[in-house]
Design a binder for this molecule. Structure first.
Ligand SMILES: C[S@@+](CC[C@H](N)C(=O)[O-])C[C@H]1O[C@@H](n2cnc3c(N)ncnc32)[C@H](O)[C@@H]1O
Length: 253
């Protein structure tokens, strides 16, 4: 009985997710909307929005509760083409066996089996949602989990070779504190991969369906350069395809 109810809930969650994706593809079929969603000449963000500590806490609590209730949405089967694009995302980091890898906003750990193929020294998974991390611990017991806001994550200075932020960049509320902290934990020459396997414009659909604010991805390489240089990162790859966003930053030497 319990299994039947769970299977029905998972099916319903997948149906909702797939309807959203179809909706987004239809919208992008509309030329004027496609232009608006992909227009690099549109509003350009050159510094991060600042929130009060209390506001960050409130929005993070809201997100943790939302994601803890929606663990099923992130379980396979994944939408068509996503598994291949996730492989490209992980491949772009050039993981070396000596690297420790950090997956921010890991969710159900969708990247973890792909990261493991490169045999890194350690894998750390961070998330606001305890339910997501419980899923990760059950499926990948060797992964080291850390619950909380990435902005406050306390790994040692220069201890990380590669960091992934997949389908999570828009969700991070305190980006100033986060990128300061990530630069501290990454070693010089370390890679930070910011990605989305459904593309940058998918965020426009999500914005209408979640109860917390979401930021846009940097829409042009120049914007990314300007945004991340003050934190000690340079852009080494900028890919903005309709169904894949991939930004690779390298920590200054
Ligand atoms: C859309 S899900 C993506 C999950 C996973 N990366 C994937 O690709 O399937 C975003 C995840 O980021 C987490 N998250 C949001 N803001 C965060 C923050 N500031 N620090 C750590 N995790 C965060 C959420 O709890 C959620 O599990």
């Amino acid at each position: 009985m319990w299994e039947e109810t769970t299977t029905a809930r998972v099916r319903e969650a997948h149906r909702t997710r797939d309807v959203l994706i179809e909706h987004w593809k239809l919208l992008l079929g509309n030329a004027s909307l496609r232009k608006a969603a992909n227009d690099p000449d549109g509003a350009c963000m050159t510094s991060f929005t600042r929130y009060t500590e209390e506001e960050v806490r409130r929005l993070n609590t809201l997100q943790a509760a939302y994601f803890s209730k929606n663990v099923e949405i992130f379980e396979p089967p994944l939408p068509e083409g996503v598994p291949e694009r996730l492989e490209r995302i992980v491949d772009s980091a050039g993981i070396d066996p000596s690297d420790s890898v950090l997956d921010i906003g890991t969710g159900t750990g969708i990247l973890i089996p792909l990261i493991r193929e490169y045999s890194p020294a350690h894998i750390y998974a961070n998330d606001l949602s305890e339910a997501m991390l419980e899923f990760v611990r059950t499926h990948y017991p060797s992964v080291i989990t850390a619950q909380g806001d990435v902005a406050d994550l306390a790994l040692a200075d220069a201890s990380i070779g590669v960091t992934f932020i997949n389908a999570c960049y828009p969700n991070i509320i305190d980006k100033h504190k986060t990128f300061t902290n990530l630069r501290r934990m990454l070693r010089p020459g370390g890679r930070l991969i910011i990605s989305h396997p459904l593309g940058r414009s998918f965020v426009e659909i999500l914005k209408k369906n979640v109860p917390f604010p979401l930021d846009d991805f940097p829409a042009a390489e120049t914007e990314a350069t300007e945004l991340f240089a003050p934190y000690g990162f340079r852009v080494s790859l900028f890919l903005d395809e309709q169904e894949l966003y991939l930004l690779r930053l390298v920590a200054d030497e």
